[in-house]
Design a protein around this ligand. Sequence first.
Ligand code: ZN
Ligand code: ZN
Ligand code: ZN
Length: 374
Amino acid sequence: MVDVTTTSSDLYPVTRVADAREATAAAGIDALLLTPGPDLRYLTGYDALPLERLTCLVVPAEGEAFMVVPRLELPAAEHSPASRLGLEFVPWDETDDPYSLVARRIGPAATVGLADRMWAMQSLRFRAVMPGIEQVLAGSVLREMRMRKSPAEVAALREAGAAIDVVHALVPGLLKAGRTEREVGKDIAEAILAAGHATVDFVIVGSGPNGASPHHELSDRVIQAGEPVVVDIGGQMPSGYCSDSTRTYSVGEPPADFAAYYEVLRQAQDAACAAVRPGVSCESVDAAARQIIEDAGYGDRFIHRTGHGIGLETHEEPYIVSGNTEPLAPGFAFSVEPGIYLAGRHGARIEDILVCTETGGERLNNQPRDLVVV
Ligand code: ZN
Ligand code: ZN
Ligand code: ZN
């Protein structure tokens, strides 16, 4: 009675909890407390619902991991990929205090690692039942594991990249002068699901001046002829792995100054992708893009970092930003997405997901990067 496919054993190997326990012990942390979210899913494959009732995987540095679950969630947990792990499920009833239950089972401890995305209401309840125990982020232990994608994770990201490429291939047919951003965005959201994603995470259609706001989403603005449009879209696949890709289109011939800086941007994005190889620092990938944009006089128009890691979360470590000296290693997956934004007028961004291989960077998005005039 277990819904487990072979892909889930490749993607979510049963050895991860043991690996995490070793890393927890090595870090001098007594236990990890992982509530529903990417850390829990990474270790177990269980895509548990984040709820006010406590579900928590406890990974002690010594001894066996166990999962505290509300009794009404027990069937879901037992039918999830977590059931492959031989974990003890510890159900609690509506009138029990699951926080005290966890504290009692952990016993004397100095430090616990909380899931990075644990809700504050839960972390404060843990603090109340474990007074004097230091709380740190579980990410301090799990980041090294999560940044290095396994071949199965790379395959899942490649599948996500191919799915969002299918959507970008449809975008030129959806962009027309006279349509609103929202109308185009609704069609894109449907296409994201039709391409195999389980959820639509974001749809940015930034036409004309809205393209100069990097996280503009959708508005009722009508797209005009001669306008550049920034389209940044992504979703989560049934595997749990995410897509994220940006292309900038022009509805009819763009203004001359736009065409000039778009070409600078394209070269900057290429240079940053070409800089990717093991041992190169995250900040030097950022610098490879930024240098070209600065040399062309648009340095102050590139107002964000060059990229972010991606996996079970759209934004995770490593961040491709000045000051991050972390060296790239095979399996690191991240975006390369420089942008140039002219406030009040228009903007452009080009974004691909890359995986660092033994020899360089593999792009997981492969739609054309030359300006597409529709
Ligand atoms: Zn973003
Ligand atoms: Zn994006
Ligand atoms: Zn991104």
